[in-house]
Design a protein around this ligand. Sequence first.
Ligand SMILES: [Zn+2]
Ligand SMILES: [Zn+2]
Length: 135
Amino acid sequence: MNWFGESWLTPMCDPADRVATPAGVECAHCEEKIVAGDRGVFLNGDPRPLHFECFIRGVIGSVGHQKGACPCYGGSEDDPPGATRRKAARAAMEYFEEHPPEPFMEIRIPEQQLKDIARVVRRVLLGLLARHQNN
Ligand SMILES: [Zn+2]
Ligand SMILES: [Zn+2]
């Protein structure tokens, strides 16, 4: 997995995998263009970049998913109504940081994301939690 922008999580951000920020290219999740200063990743084998928060949204799911209130759990909540995809991704990341799961709690990952991210998900989540605790 390649990454760009400011380094955020040491175990995940191997300097050898850093690439130039793909300014002007659309994010595969929110379809907003990447701009200078954004942080993000290229998942393995995907030529399209993802904002960091859009990537995290794919890992941890929507706010509704984290609450256990989305269709995966028989509910109907998902991303906050009216939010752009990118804002919803930020909201999902903030919700996760404000409601850190118990250690070793099972985190259900939306199925379509599993293939690409299984390898890095644990390190990402642990990094986010560590950052949360340091703040
Ligand atoms: Zn995005
Ligand atoms: Zn869900």
